[in-house]
Design a protein around this ligand. Structure first.
Ligand code: BEZ
Ligand code: FE
Length: 265
């Protein structure tokens, strides 16, 4: 017998029974709930349901609680939009493969350290994000393949820098049953603007995480509940002529610093 599955199933039905008692759930309501779950299954929206019920982020929390020693960078959910084998980019790293004029330019830089402060050279940084309109390349036919996705290594001092665009917030899929649920309970589908990362170095625990743009209007009400205080990215506006010339940019741009910390495997 699968003891763990037995214990979880028993506990889950106890919790469901207490909800049924508390809300005096009727047979008609049960029928609607079962029809809803059938539709969720048929439309392949179980991962999305898990996200909006904040189940995915709760599982991320318990999965990584043991390895999060208070020093290493906190993890976050991978989400459904990760693509393996993103292009390997050389320095200086440009994540955006198209004309950036419709969006605001952003430089993200920092260092990767071990929990005891050792800079980690040759750490693999795998990044993916939406453009300023909140669109990911694989859901937007106007963007080229692998736009705003890429992998690159830190230098000999564990440093990294990449040029990209400020991502926009976006709504998670709301055209199916999960969207109907959100509408019925008056919840929005917005995710605050963010950049996803996978950071890995041999001998260290890899971290999958995302950094949120501080000040985003949805940062306190993420539809999937994934915002963590330690993962906020502060953007500084730069309008300095010398800096603009040095970087070959003719308009204001943004910079942001974030150091990643990995714990030993
Ligand atoms: C994302 O961050 O890419 C994402 C997460 C959950 C649902 C949809 C998208
Ligand atoms: Fe995302």
């Amino acid at each position: 017998m699968n003891e763990r599955l037995h214990a979880i199933t028993t506990k889950l039905s106890e919790h469901l029974h207490s909800v049924i008692e508390e809300f005096q759930i009727t047979e008609d309501e049960l029928k609607v709930a079962l029809q809803f779950l059938t539709k969720v299954g048929k439309s392949g929206e179980y991962p999305l349901l898990s996200d909006v019920l904040h189940v995915s982020i709760a599982v991320d929390r318990v999965t990584h609680a043991a390895e999060h020693d208070g020093k290493s960078t906190e993890s976050n959910v991978e989400g459904p939009l990760y693509r393996e084998e993103a292009p390997i980019l050389s320095h200086p790293v440009h994540l955006c493969a198209v004309d950036e004029t419709e969006d605001e330019i952003l430089y993200v830089s920092g260092q990767v350290f071990s929990t005891d402060g050792e800079p980690l050279a040759n750490t693999m940084i795998d990044v993916w994000q939406a453009n300023g309109k909140g669109d990911y390349e694989n859901e937007d036919p106007t963007q080229p393949e692998f736009n705003l996705r890429g992998r690159f290594l830190t230098d000999e001092k564990g440093r990294y820098e990449f040029r990209t665009v400020v991502p926009g917030p976006y709504e998670i899929g709301k055209g199916g049953p999960v969207g109907e649920l959100l509408k019925a309970i008056d919840r929005h589908a917005w995710r605050p603007a963010h950049i996803h990362f996978k950071i890995s170095h041999p001998g260290f625990k890899p971290v999958t995480t995302m950094l949120f743009i501080e000040g985003d209007p949805w940062v306190n009400s993420d539809s999937i509940g994934a915002v963590k205080e330690s993962l906020l990215l502060k953007l500084e506006e730069c309008n300095d002529l010398g800096e603009k010339i040095r970087r070959g940019i003719d308009r204001k741009f943004y910079t942001s610093k974030f150091d990643f910390i990995l714990s030993r495997a």
